[in-house]
Ligand binder design. Structure first.
Ligand code: HEM
Length: 509
């Protein structure tokens, strides 16, 4: 080996040594208790080697031995310091009281080459996020959802027909059925499109929806960057949607927007709001703001489809799984469904909200399985004025850009808030037990001004699917049903590693 090469390698080794010493002493220098880390991988070895999904990695940080009484814990996401917040009061401070410092998410895609990923409501950054949220919120008012309810019921009845077609006594892939239902439902109510996922095994809409959440190795790497190392997103040119999915979403939304403009039809749905945004832009007096990029509109539609279908179908699937394992609970729910249907073929919008046991059951599913698994925010410190500090817990002023994570999964399964947390027990949410509930420890839809915009719709569609499915059918465990759910390590949200298979039986009489 030449002397020059030896010298170069020596210099690199020294630079690396100094860099890693400095990087991994960040929390120590600030006097914050942190979990022991490894060079380069930080504390995220298990996630980076594909052993656990991201939300479980965050759960493990929350539950790290020796930190049980700490309000927060310092960790390193590979080389990036991040703070895990455990204390419920501090969570409220970050997510609600001091939201002005925390209105952005940590995750990011490539701002220059990923219009669909970067601009949608979930990923949007302030101040664009606030304007977007105000404009899109009207889609989710009670009045709007109520107007859409008859369309939702129609899809509910299609779900009943699908169950009928599958046949009594068959073993079914529950997630597949529920995801077809939510695909059809969101496509109808948001875009006025018939996705036909329930009727058509090869529905294009369903194929693309599924593709978003089934990760190949290269997509898994993209997602690791988006979630954990967003600063690398422009360099790695990562995109939220694959090329094929982008092409499909773009062309279908473009078609819907053009058709609506041509016919002038109004449906009070997301498409109407997107067209209003387009008209507002062209009426702007400033020349540079006169046009709104088509991709900007498509981005909003794409996130509705994505956020709306997977979360609710998982809620339904996991509810059915728990009910199959707890037959007496299923029987009680079926009795309520039967009482509320009476002689009708559907339950009205008002009545479905009033079904007490159904609410208890769905709330408990989202307690045991908070589908997103964690919440995160990035700290934005102002150039001037008061900066956010960890006071009264600590005098540290958080650096601008610091990532904050909250493990909803760990909190939802913490016995100090939820006794016997592994037990599926809808009685926790019985109104008579209200006094013993700590609702600060319940956050399946996130917390504060940046919580889930689709909460009401998500709950309603999950409930609607369940009542139509369970009205005439019963679900049982079978030899293919997993005993215990293991998380899929490649899914960005809570999902079972193995298919959830249940036996479907027609209820007679
Ligand atoms: C059971 C169903 C659902 C669950 C469990 C769920 C959960 C969540 C969670 C945990 C967040 C992050 C909140 C935070 O960071 O504080 C979120 C955000 C979001 N959800 Fe949902 N969601 C559901 C259904 C839906 C539906 C049906 C839609 C739309 C059709 C939707 C659209 C969104 C959007 C756009 C955001 C980002 C909001 C923003 O950043 O302003 N979600 N959801």
């Amino acid at each position: 080996m030449s002397t020059e090469l030896l010298f170069l390698l020596g210099t690199l080794a020294i630079v690396f040594y100094i860099w890693q010493k400095r990087t991994y002493s960040f929390w120590k220098r600030h006097g914050v208790k942190s979990i022991r880390s490894l060079p380069l991988l930080g504390n995220t070895r298990e996630f980076l080697t594909g052993r656990v999904p991201f939300f479980e990695q965050i759960q493990k940080f929350h539950q790290a031995p020796g930190f049980e009484n700490e309000p927060f814990v310092g960790v390193y996401m590979a080389y990036r310091p991040a703070l895990i917040i455990r204390d419920l009061d501090l969570i409220k401070t970050v997510m609600i009281k001091k939201f002005q410092y925390f209105n952005n998410r940590v995750l990011q895609t490539d701002p220059h080459n990923d219009a669909l990923g970067f601009n949608n409501l979930f990923f949007a950054r302030s101040p664009a996020w606030r304007e977007l949220r105000t404009k899109i919120s009207p889609v989710f008012t009670t009045g709007k959802i109520k107007q859409m309810y008859p369309l939702m019921v129609k899809i509910g009845k299609n779900l009943e027909d699908s169950a009928e077609r599958l046949g009594s006594g068959s073993n079914i892939q529950v997630k597949d059925l529920c995801a077809r239902f939510t695909t059809d439902l969101i496509a109808t109510i948001a875009f006025g499109l018939e996705a036909n996922a329930l009727q058509n095994a090869r529905s294009e809409f369903f194929y693309h929806n599924k593709a978003i959440f089934s990760l190949t190795l290269s997509r898994a790497i993209d997602f690791a960057i988006i979630f954990m190392l967003p600063a690398l997103a422009p360099l790695a040119r990562v995109k939220l949607f694959s090329k094929e999915t982008t092409k499909f979403i773009r062309s279908s939304i473009n078609y819907v927007l053009t058709e609506r403009e041509r016919t002038g039809q109004k449906r009070n749905d997301l498409v109407d709001i997107l067209l209003a945004m387009k008209r507002q832009a062209s009426a702007n007096s400033e020349e540079s703001l006169k046009t709104i990029d088509l991709d900007y509109l498509v981005a909003q539609a794409a996130i509705f489809q994505t956020a709306g279908f997977e979360t609710s179908s998982s809620t339904m699937t996991l509810t059915l799984y728990e009910l199959a394992k707890n037959n007496d609970l299923q029987q009680r729910l079926r009795q309520e469904i039967s009482d509320f249907f009476g002689d009708e073929d559907h339950v009205s919008y008002e009545r479905i909200q009033e079904m007490p046991y159904l609410s208890q059951v769905v709330n408990e599913t989202l307690r045991k399985y908070p589908i997103v698994g964690y919440a995160e925010r990035e700290c934005s410190q102002p150039d001037e004025g008061e900066r956010f500090s960890l006071d009264p817990y600590h005098n540290m002023v958080l650096p601008h850009g610091m990532s904050i994570y909250i493990s909803t999964l760990a909190i939802h399964r913490d016995p100090q808030y939820w006794p016997d947390p592994e037990k599926f027990d809808p009685e926790r949410f019985n109104p008579s037990n209200r006094d013993s509930l700590n609702m600060d420890a319940y956050m399946p839809f996130g917390v504060g001004p940046r919580n889930c915009i689709g909460m009401r719709l998500g709950l309603l569609q999950s409930k609607l699917g369940l009542v139509h499915l369970l009205r005439n059918h019963r679900v049982y465990t079978c030899e293919q049903t997993v005993d215990k759910i293991e998380w899929s390590p490649v899914s960005p949200v809570i999902a079972s590693k193995h298919d959830i298979v249940l036996r479907l039986e027609k209820v007679s009489g």
